[in-house]
Design a binder for this molecule. Structure first.
Ligand SMILES: Nc1ncnc2c1ncn2[C@@H]1O[C@H](COP(=O)(O)OP(=O)(O)OP(=O)(O)O)[C@@H](O)[C@H]1O
Length: 298
């Protein structure tokens, strides 16, 4: 099993100096293409320290690609990415040490117990040997898996697997937690539970959270700010309330009655993504995401 962020060998000595920027994540004109397909197209993004920032967008908007550049799993061919002031192109190891990453794909090994899965990540992320057992126990406790810690992961429900993956990402005490669709395919109770655990850790540690989600209700409820991404760029940015009010205001200037209810975040999303939302939802990529989750549950 390969952990989501491998221990890397690169020229970074780990002594890179932060440039003094206060942003947890800063992308400047980030661009990434797969052959002819432009996935990220000049992305400018700044996530403040301690924020819960939601990156929203239809399938294929470029969210995962942007996240993989931020985590250093993909190179940055154009533009710049900094994590707490460290340049991801030059200081790959320093950046990786500050990150916890829960990818869309399954990152837990079904043939290991919960504790063994988390311990594996503790080793890969260089948690000092003497502290490992305590840190693993702490991470499992933080996601409420202490009682199930010594069961094989293939006996876990989908929600428990997601919480286990959260524990794997938390065991290195990251300053920045990046989650790609953390609740996709989970039932409403399991979704709420995942968010409650993320929030509890954030409140206790001040960790910054960058999350992608298709669930607008989650973004509205849990994110301090959201960026709506479409065709590789951020098309709208603000608090969920600002975005909802902005669309409401525009609709009123276009003649909508003042008595109309305030638009939802989903209305804002549809306003920006337009037909892209209709064109791409339910496609192969969507099915693949759901299957990935089904495999996890199964
Ligand atoms: N490995 C790859 N090879 C070729 N094209 C890719 C690859 N990964 C992504 N793409 C393309 O890049 C674009 C952006 O994909 P990306 O996965 O970043 O979007 P996304 O917003 O994360 O979508 P989703 O919400 O479905 O996860 C899409 O057009 C996609 O088809």
């Amino acid at each position: 099993m390969t952990p989501s962020i491998d221990a890397a060998t690169d020229s970074d000595t780990g002594t890179g100096t932060a440039t003094g920027r206060s942003a947890a994540v800063s992308c400047t004109r980030l661009a990434y293409s797969f052959g002819e397909t432009t996935a990220v197209d000049g992305l400018d993004l700044s996530v403040g320290e301690g924020e819960v920032f939601g990156l929203l967008g239809p399938n294929g908007a470029g969210k995962t690609t942007a996240i993989r550049c931020i985590t250093t799993l993909l190179p940055v061919p154009a533009g710049m990415v900094h994590v707490f002031g460290h340049d991801t192109a030059k200081e790959q190891m320093s950046v990786r040490r500050m990150l916890g990453y829960v990818p869309q794909q399954l990152s837990a090994d079904s043939g290991l117990t919960g504790r063994e899965n988390v311990a594996l990540f503790a080793r890969v992320f260089d948690v000092p040997r003497k502290e490992r057992a305590a840190r693993v126990a702490q991470a499992l406790r933080a996601v409420d898996l202490t009682d199930a810690a010594d069961r094989l992961a293939n006996t876990y429900s989908g929600g428990m697997v997601r919480r286990l993956e959260l524990a794997q990402a938390l065991v290195s005490a990251p300053r920045l937690l990046i989650l790609d669709e953390p609740t996709i395919g989970l039932d409403p109770i399991a979704r709420t539970s995942v968010w409650e655990h993320i929030n509890a850790v954030r409140e206790a540690t001040g960790m910054t959270v960058l999350v992608t989600t298709h669930y607008m209700d989650e973004a509205d409820q849990y994110c301090d700010r959201v960026g709506l991404m479409h065709r590789g760029r951020i098309r709208a940015l603000g608090t969920p309330e600002q975005l909802r009010e902005g669309l409401g205001e525009r609709r009123r200037t276009e003649g909508a009655p003042a008595t109309d209810p305030l638009p939802t975040l989903e209305d804002v999303f549809r306003d920006i993504a337009g037909s892209g939302l209709e064109d791409q939802s339910g496609g192969f990529r969507d099915v693949r995401s759901t299957r990935r989750t089904a495999n996890r549950v199964g």
